[in-house]
Design a protein around this ligand. Structure first.
Ligand SMILES: [Zn+2]
Length: 141
């Protein structure tokens, strides 16, 4: 059976912790997940508008979530306020980051874990600006 949807493109399965040990997502996280899903919908729309605007010959952009809520995380993932998206190539990285910035994301990370595992981290955690400062774009490998 298909997992229930949060918004048009994202399901509760996308958002759930993948550790395999925890139970359902805590109630305190749910509003955060919904807010992030709504923000991500805007990123999808904007990324596809950029494809048109730049006349790129690309298939419709979708976001493939690799990690969202993580029960064991002390960072924004632990609050349901961060998501990792797999990123195909440099063109898609440009489009996704441009769209995220246009849509007001101010904490973005890019990771190249292996040659075929490239990730973009987007988060909307502004709950603790001293620990997680806004207006950050970090790069890690
Ligand atoms: Zn878990």
């Amino acid at each position: 059976m298909e997992s229930p949807k949060i918004t048009k493109h994202f399901t509760w399965r996308d958002a759930s912790c993948k550790c395999g040990k925890c139970g359902p997502m805590p109630d305190t996280i749910i509003d955060n997940v919904v807010e992030l899903a709504e923000r991500l919908e805007k990123v999808v729309v904007t990324a596809n508008k950029l494809v048109k605007k730049f006349k790129l010959n690309l298939e419709e952009i979708t976001l493939t979530i690799t990690s969202w809520y993580r029960c064991y995380s002390k960072d924004a993932h632990g609050l349901g306020l961060a998501v990792d998206i797999s990123c195909r190539d440099n063109v898609h990285r440009y489009l996704l980051i441009a769209a995220a910035i246009i849509c007001g994301f101010n904490r973005i990370g890019t990771y190249v874990l292996t040659t075929d595992r490239k990730i973009i981290h987007l988060d909307i955690d502004n709950t603790n600006p001293l620990i997680r400062p806004p207006y950050q774009l970090w790069v890690e490998s």
